[in-house]
Design a protein around this ligand. Structure first.
Ligand code: 0L1
Ligand code: MG
Length: 253
């Protein structure tokens, strides 16, 4: 499988770099979940070889609706790099993406390494701050047609993110969430993130232990989407989370 994993990582990497979508890997390959995480690891290694730095980890499929849509009961994780980071209020060219969407998230910051070997490790004690966030997702698959393993291999559609002002870590459950992009406005609640975004931290540790994904001091964790994702239209995309604050990015046509 090693040569196949490399070839599939290269295929997804090329799709991202050239903004040319690719058919589902599952159309012509039998890929298990372990293989999918191996493809993702190789994809991220290719980014690192080009000079990118991993700044964090993201969770996906954290809402019941998305899990049901994909027919799975397990969250998925991907990596965030410095090349994906857009400053709060900053601009990003939409030409960088294939068919980008934005979604509202809660971000957490790790103040110390997570000891994945310690089953009693208290992840919440390792978090020192939280912030409102926008995630830009951009599946590399044609027409968004992908399987569970496809999306894991594709680094969970990670393409960009922006962080609002940090505030001390605390309760973030049941906060009203508003996402605006172009003429679309979506209202939701942080309760859509596994019932409480803090639960995402625990789910993340379990998953990272299983899939050998390190969690380091200073890294950002995106806990998952609080509403459906909407197309990232030219203009401002903004997320507002009650009591947490606001973050926006401007997409340039
Ligand atoms: O962040 C996410 O929830 C991405 C997982 C689903 C992939 C997608 O909708 O492109
Ligand atoms: Mg997301």
């Amino acid at each position: 499988m090693t040569a196949e994993i490399s070839a599939l990582a290269e295929r997804l990497d090329t799709a991202q770099i050239t903004c040319a979508d690719t058919p589902s890997l599952a159309d012509d390959h039998e890929i298990g979940l372990a293989d999918a995480y191996a493809i993702q690891a190789e994809l991220v290694a290719r980014r690192e070889a080009r000079g990118e730095r991993v700044l964090g980890v993201k969770l996906g499929l954290t809402s019941e609706a998305k899990m049901a849509q994909m027919g799975v009961s397990e969250v998925i994780a991907g990596r965030l790099t410095d090349a994906m980071l857009v400053a709060d209020g900053g601009e990003v060219s939409l030409a960088r993406f294939i068919h980008p969407k934005v979604e509202p998230e809660v971000a957490y910051r790790l103040a110390r390494d997570v000891d994945l070997a310690d089953p009693a490790f208290d992840v919440e004690s390792a978090v020192d701050a939280m912030a409102p966030a926008i995630e830009i997702i951009d599946s590399r698959y044609r027409d968004f047609r992908f399987t569970h393993t496809d999306v894991v291999a594709d680094n969970t559609s990670a393409a960009g993110y922006s962080l609002g002002p940090w505030r001390p870590f605390g309760e973030a459950a049941n906060r009203a969430v508003r996402l605006r992009s172009g003429d679309r406005e979506v209202i939701g609640s942080t309760a859509a993130i596994l019932g409480d975004p803090a639960r995402a931290l625990h789910a993340l540790v379990e998953l990272c232990r299983k899939r050998d994904i390190p969690l380091r001091a200073g890294q950002v964790v995106l806990a998952g989407a609080a509403t459906e994702a909407v197309p990232f239209a030219p203009g401002v995309a903004e997320v507002d989370i009650a009591g947490l604050g606001r973050v926006s990015v401007r997409g340039l046509a």
